[in-house]
Design a protein around this ligand. Sequence first.
Ligand SMILES: NC(=O)C1=CN([C@@H]2O[C@H](COP(=O)(O)OP(=O)(O)OC[C@H]3O[C@@H](n4cnc5c(N)ncnc54)[C@H](OP(=O)(O)O)[C@@H]3O)[C@@H](O)[C@H]2O)C=CC1
Ligand SMILES: O=C(O)[C@H](O)CS(=O)(=O)O
Length: 485
Amino acid sequence: MQSLQESTLYRPFAYIDGSWVAADSGEQIAVINPATGEQIGQVPRLGRGETERAIEAAEAAFPAWRALTALERADILMKWHDLMLEHQDELAWIMTLEQGKPLAEAAGEIAYAASFLRWFAEQARRVSGETLPAAKPNQRILVTKQPVGVVGAITPWNFPAAMITRKAGAALGAGCPIVIKPASQTPFSATALALLAEWAGVPRGVFNVVPGKASEIAAALTESPAVRKITFTGSTEVGRTLMAQASRHIQKLSLELGGNAPFIVFEDADLDAAVEGAMAAKFRNAGQTCVCTNRFLVQTSVINAFCEKLAAAMNSELRVGNGAEAGVNIGPLIDDKAVAKVSEHVHDAVDKGAELLLGGNPHPLGGNFFTPTLINFASAEMTVASEETFGPLAAVFPFEDEEDAVAQANDTEYGLAAYFYSRDLSRVWRVAEALEYGMVGINTGLISNASAPFGGVKASGLGREGGHQGMEEFLETKYLCMELE
Ligand SMILES: NC(=O)C1=CN([C@@H]2O[C@H](COP(=O)(O)OP(=O)(O)OC[C@H]3O[C@@H](n4cnc5c(N)ncnc54)[C@H](OP(=O)(O)O)[C@@H]3O)[C@@H](O)[C@H]2O)C=CC1
Ligand SMILES: O=C(O)[C@H](O)CS(=O)(=O)O
């Protein structure tokens, strides 16, 4: 398959109430292949009116969807899961064309995304309440769980399938219908998921996809009292805006926001293992994930050895190119703004005294390609210390001792993911407990897993996705107090 139009899953439309629709205005959004700069398709640019219709459809679908048994909802989620895996290659191709990640990595994301549907199919059947000792002999106390209602979701371009199923799997499993605004750069992964949801038997109105004007769609979602939950993955800046808007109707809120992940290498670490973990934690999706390492904190006694090994691994293992080409494992960044941000971080660091060991400039391929870059002796006054790069820049900061490492690691407004390598068990416990983050990788650089609670603290957001906690985000607790005659 070469072009998007050849795909049986290609749907250049919005999906509302079980119908494929255009924008009322007829407006379209051009979708660009970040590897070539070519337009690969167009998607309707919806606004407030269409979003309000999607909310009405979701509200109308809610009673029948919540009335299904958990097993009935789980079976539909599992059918959706199976269809995703049956169409894994086609879904991966669509993702590589619109997001740029290498085909193998895109296929990996499809499997990761499908795992959330399976996980929440299983979790749906394990939503339970409790009975409590009553205060009076003729009293009985029960605690029950009920679906919150219509959910509004806004998702990012960097994981265009997994960030949808991580929300929709939990919402639908809990009995909630959902209205999703995908990122404008990656709408076709979302509409392909809608098509598969339709084939899986998700009833009309339960799953809606409204690509388009972000601020208008967000306004419609947050201004509707029928929308009882807002779930967002993206920048902290937009998360703050949504938090303020959601306060109008006290909507439940889940925010998965920015990160500034430290990757600490202690002198007692297995350096080869640390470099292997560093490659995974830094260069996944060309560094465009919120849990990618942003700062390598390396003990001074091993910093030169670590940098030599990391430079060797980067040189031998990383191949930059169009993600559709075999063997490529570093695709393009999403757009020219992303390239400019990485360049700015590199030049700022070098101007302030960092040592450039590898790369440092946009790739000779031009366009949105950036050469994987390694700098040493980075320091706190550099932009890379406080701002998320979201690109293939490995910045190494020295530290003297454990206290210094933890202080540097926690010196940020963010608190999503952190990583560290040590073989000292007492140190592992001390550092794991001292780090102010929602997720900590210990002797590993890969922590993403549907069965674990994914999320952060401080400016990295609120709530958790995945795990049993992810289901709770879409449930309300109701306390029943019963007096017997
Ligand atoms: N914690 C996490 O899990 C993740 C965090 N991020 C963070 O997000 C940033 C990069 O991702 P990026 O997608 O550019 O982030 P953005 O926040 O710009 O976009 C994310 C989504 O929000 C939408 N959006 C943009 N402006 C508004 C608005 N005013 N109101 C409502 N929705 C809006 C976008 O729509 P449109 O595309 O139409 O502009 C997109 O669908 C980085 O900081 C990264 O760390 C990214 C992914 C995951
Ligand atoms: O591992 C993940 O789930 C990704 O990091 C998702 S995101 O938060 O970066 O979008």
